[in-house]
Design a protein around this ligand. Structure first.
Ligand code: NAD
Length: 482
């Protein structure tokens, strides 16, 4: 069994001041795989002080220097990709396919940031003013367990492009992955204090980051409930916040959709990352007169999806991350039945032969009304609700009748019509006729799915602050005569 007894402050792996320990459990077979010693508030304060000290020099570093750091970070993550993939499968239960893609995307985020550093307008003109886009100071990066590598790398990359320094607070449930990733980041040889990693609980380390006056901004990815807490806490010191929160994303099948393609995609949109995805398309909105066809295709698509050992190449759905997640999802499946929805496939309990881990049956409900809790609340497991509509207007109305607005999906042969429907869905991102990956596009939500955007220039805008200098080009003698 592994013991994780260090955190990363000021360029060094150090023992935390915190003494609380926590067991990490492999979700595939419920064995204890590691014990982690967690950081506490004092560790967070040390990390913040190190990042503050490093900021003085780092904020003035050249583009060339930052480009070099970002390239080295990419190379270091890429070099240890196989180990990172194995740790993610073991600790999180992500499927091999998904973990492989995640690690590649995490490394690539540093390269995309180099491109951003070269192309972003850090100096602009506004009338007679010169406007410079300034770094903010120390940024607190708080990340969830369902996308540990991805969000640590992309948030850190953006922080560095901006010229800020970071205190990273990953989920305590990802301590093993974090330790390995931190070793990679360390190997890149950045100046001490530029990034620090304090793995601890949200109500200790996360809360300290939220209230500390030397944190200028928080970039948070996680649940809407915690996002609200952070926003409330951050306002006392007027921190900037980027909040990437939950979702209950609609997937609209138009009546001319190629169902043979769109339905398996819809099932995948609800179950990728083992259903633990913020952008999961969990409300499938289908034309009433095509419901029978959809039901048939859903049954086939779910049957074709291998649920099982996440380490196998062909597994599509692995276990949920913890016992708590398992119970939460079971609770929602029970609730769906109690609310009167019809169980099309799946249901309570483990899939046969997978009782040893936190596996759930991919579950699909039909005859769901949009006012049922299974249609309104983020379940965070492979559970899909199918709702029907009669007119395009009704489809859009159902799609938008949610407190969330992170993502949306539309399928239809007539592209003009699909685009028209997409334009009416209130969400930060929409996929038309497929599942895509576009890391340069802004990512984030409308309504209670968050505040702000990440990725590309839209993301970077939230990590810098405009400063206007007026009179910068006025000779002194002219100035005096004004
Ligand atoms: P969570 O909100 O429970 O935790 C997220 C992070 O916040 C963790 O590091 C946690 O320790 C920390 N935290 C908890 N309480 C805190 C507090 N009081 N102060 C400061 N930090 C605190 O979320 P989770 O369960 O780890 O992740 C699942 C959630 O994340 C889902 O709701 C999912 O939709 C969301 N998510 C959103 C996106 C997105 O980009 N929109 C991406 C991935 C996940």
């Amino acid at each position: 069994m592994q013991h994780i007894n260090d955190i990363y402050i000021n360029g060094q792996f150090v023992q935390p001041h915190g003494t609380e320990t926590m067991e990490l459990i492999n979700p595939t077979d419920k064995t204890v795989i590691a014990v982690v010693r967690l950081a506490d508030e004092e560790d967070a304060r040390h990390a913040i002080a190190a990042a503050k000290a490093a900021y003085k020099t780092f904020s003035r570093s050249s583009k060339e220097a930052r480009t070099g750091y970002l390239q080295r970070l990419h190379d270091a993550v890429q070099r240890r990709a196989p180990e990172l993939i194995e740790a993610m499968i073991r600790e999180y239960g992500g499927t091999r396919r998904m973990c492989t893609a995640t690690v590649a995307r995490s490394a690539a985020s540093f390269l995309q940031s180099i491109e951003l550093l070269q192309t972003f307008d850090f100096v602009r003109q506004a009338g007679s003013a010169r406007v410079t886009m300034e770094p903010l100071g120390v940024v607190g990066l708080i990340t969830p367990w369902n996308a540990n590598y991805g969000f640590i790398c992309s948030k850190l990359a953006t922080t560095l492009v901006a010229g800020s320094t970071a205190v990273i607070k990953p989920s305590e449930l990802s301590a093993m992955q974090t330790q390995l990733l931190t070793q990679c980041l360390h190997e890149a040889g950045l100046p001490p204090g530029v990034f620090n990693v304090v793995t601890g609980r949200g109500d200790t380390v996360g809360a300290e980051i939220t209230r500390h006056p030397d944190i200028a901004k928080i970039s948070f990815t996680g649940s809407t409930a915690v996002g609200k807490q952070i926003a409330r806490g951050a306002v006392d010191t007027m921190k900037r916040v980027t909040l990437e929160l939950g979702g209950k994303s609609p997937n609209v099948l138009l009546d001319d959709a190629d169902l043979a393609t769109a339905v398996p995609q819809a099932v995948m949109a609800a179950s990728f990352n083992n259903g633990q995805a913020c952008l999961a398309g969990t409300r499938l909105i289908v034309p009433e007169h095509r419901l029978d066809e959809v039901k048939q295709l859903v049954r086939q698509a779910v049957a074709a999806m291998k649920v099982g050992n996440p380490g196998d190449e062909d597994t599509v759905v692995g276990p949920l991350v913890t016992q708590k997640q398992y119970e939460r999802v079971q609770g929602y499946i029970r609730l769906g039945i109690e609310e009167g929805a019809e169980l099309l496939v799946g249901g309570e309990g483990h899939p046969e032969g997978l009782e040893q881990g936190y596996f759930v049956k991919p579950t699909v409900f039909v005859n769901v009304r949009n006012d049922m809790r299974i249609a309104r609340e983020e379940i965070f497991g492979p559970v899909l609700s199918i709702l029907t509509y009669r007119t395009e207007e009704e489809a859009v109305e159902i799609a938008n009748d949610t407190v969330y607005g992170l993502h949306g999906y539309v399928s239809g042969r007539d592209l003009e019509r699909a685009n028209r429907v997409a334009s009416q869905i209130v969400a930060g991102r929409i996929f038309i006729n497929g599942l895509y990956d576009e890391p340069r596009a802004p990512f984030g939500g409308f309504k209670q799915s968050g505040i702000g955007r990440e990725f590309g220039p839209y993301g970077l805008e939230a990590y810098v602050e405009p400063k206007a200098i007026i009179g910068y080009d006025v000779p002194v003698h002219e100035n005096a005569s004004r």
